[in-house]
Design a binder for this molecule. Structure first.
Ligand code: FES
Length: 71
C-alpha cells in the first residue's frame, strides 16, 4: 500500500527501513523519503514505524511517542 503519495513510498519500504536499523521517523524519512513532501502522511508513517518497532520490541524516541499518542 502506498503510504506517502508525494514520494511514492509504500508501507513495506517503511517497515524495511526500520528493520534495517531505522529507529525514528526522521531516520526512516531520510532513508526512503517518506513524509518529506507535504507531510500529510507523517501520522501514518509514525504509526507504521512504531508498529514495526513494537514488533521488534524497540521504542520511538519520547517526543515522537507523545506526538503519536496525541494524533
Ligand atoms: S504524502 Fe507523504 S509527504 Fe506528502
Amino acid at each position: 500500500m502506498i503510504v506517502c503519495h508525494c514520494r511514492g513510498v509504500s508501507d513495506r519500504e517503511i517497515r524495511s527501513c526500520v528493520r534495517s536499523g531505522g529507529c525514528s521517523v526522521s531516520e526512516v524519512s531520510a532513508a526512503c523519503g517518506a513524509a518529506t513532501g507535504c507531510g500529510g502522511c507523517r501520522p501514518l508513517v509514525t504509526k507504521i514505524v512504531q508498529s514495526e518497532l513494537d514488533a521488534q520490541n524497540r521504542r520511538l524516541p519520547t517526543l515522537q511517542a507523545v506526538l503519536l499518542v496525541g494524533s
